[in-house]
Design a protein around this ligand. Structure first.
Ligand code: AMP
Ligand code: MG
Length: 346
């Protein structure tokens, strides 16, 4: 199968002529994969219902899962949503950056974008290429992560090509993503209860101190709840490799001997959070290969690496992936949120 225009995907690096072509493609209803500081997004004109429907088709994403709209800044946001003082404060403090803000939507935002909710999620990304594209095309860009629904999010242009190369025409290559996991999402839908719907690089504490009051965590969804999900990132199984993934709490990776017992003969990938002080040369002969998320044990580095490593291991022939979680707090909580969903059973 080929992309929308019958050609294989084109990877552009951002020359002036390419950027003009991409802006024109977006204005005429095509999809373009774009780099952001969090993960790569699959972008379309947010006010074009047909183009937005293509996003859902290409991703295999259920229509109950609303999209984030990427904007140039607060004034552009005000064209799509009703901004209160809290929203302006957060935009001033965290935009451009990895914070998505859910607000009451204006009538121009189509239902397909908001999954029928009265709210819309807006973010102003900081990646310079995508900021240029937003200015050039003059549109709000609805953009969920540029991967098949439920799979590991893409943090490099190659990941987009591997997953969607046959289905879309363009990927704008902005290099590896700086942050590597999706934006924090805060909902201001209930003015009395600012709520962190998805953890990310902006923490609940940072949001609380910017707002000068408590930021809540979402109430757990009851089993069997129907209707639109508050935040699709909250679906339990998400970001998942095909290879079974099992997690260890931070600091509790079993020693080599114990591992050989759990390894039933299949090659096994053992991922430490930080590069281990000692490596065990006998492990490879026993079918255990060692990896780590961060050289230095920093959550920022682990966040940048986690999705790329999961993809790489998924392409290998491992029977299982065993992974140590991040230390809790700050970005570690956001990494662990993604790991728990990635490891969750179907
Ligand atoms: P992704 O699946 O990574 O593309 O993320 C899209 C995100 O947009 C989801 O995690 C949703 O939480 C969020 N989102 C979009 N619109 C809304 C909305 N109206 N209310 C709450 N969350 C939203
Ligand atoms: Mg996603």
């Amino acid at each position: 199968m080929k992309g929308e225009d019958g050609q294989r995907i084109r990877r552009y690096t951002g020359s002036d002529a390419q950027m003009r072509e991409l802006a024109a493609a977006l204005r005429s209803g095509s999809l373009v994969a774009i780099p952001t500081e969090t993960v790569y997004g699959l972008a379309a004109n947010a006010l074009d219902v047909v183009a937005c429907r293509r996003i859902f088709e290409v991703k295999g994403r259920p229509l109950i899962d609303p999209l984030i709209v990427h904007v140039r800044g607060p004034e552009h946001a005000a064209e799509l949503a009703y901004l209160g003082d809290d929203a302006r404060l957060l935009m001033e403090r965290f935009w451009p950056g990895p914070l998505t803000i859910v607000m009451r939507k204006r009538a121009c935002v189509p239902d397909i974008v908001s999954a029928g909710l009265p709210t819309v999620a807006l973010r102003c990304p900081s990646h310079p290429l995508t900021r240029r594209l937003l200015s050039l095309c003059g549109l709000g860009l609805a953009a969920p992560s540029a991967n098949r629904f439920g799979y590991v999010s893409p943090t490099r242009a190659e990941h987009v090509e591997a997953g969607l190369g046959e289905l879309i025409d363009y990927v704008l290559d902005g290099g590896p993503c700086d942050i590597g996991i999706e934006s924090s999402i805060v909902s201001l839908a209930d003015p009395e209860r600012p709520t962190l719907l998805r953890p990310g690089a902006v923490s609940a504490n940072e949001l609380s101190s910017a707002l000068g009051r408590e930021v809540f965590l979402p109430l757990p969804r009851e089993v069997g709840d129907e209707g639109p999900v508050e935040a699709p990132g909250m679906l339990t199984r998400h970001y998942s490799p095909a290879t079974p993934l099992e997690l260890f709490a931070h600091g509790s990776v079993p020693k080599a001997g114990a591992l050989c017992l759990v390894n039933n003969g299949d090659p096994l990938a053992l991922v430490h959070f930080a590069r281990p002080a000692e490596t065990y040369s006998h492990m490879e002969q026993q079918g255990v290969e060692l990896f780590w998320l961060s050289e230095s044990g920093q959550s920022a580095e682990a966040a940048r690496n986690v999705f790329a490593l999961l993809r790489r291991l998924d392409e290998g022939s491992y029977g299982r992936i065993l992974m140590e979680m991040a230390p809790s707090g700050g970005l570690g909580d956001a990494i662990n949120d993604r790991l728990c969903r990635a490891a969750s059973k179907r």
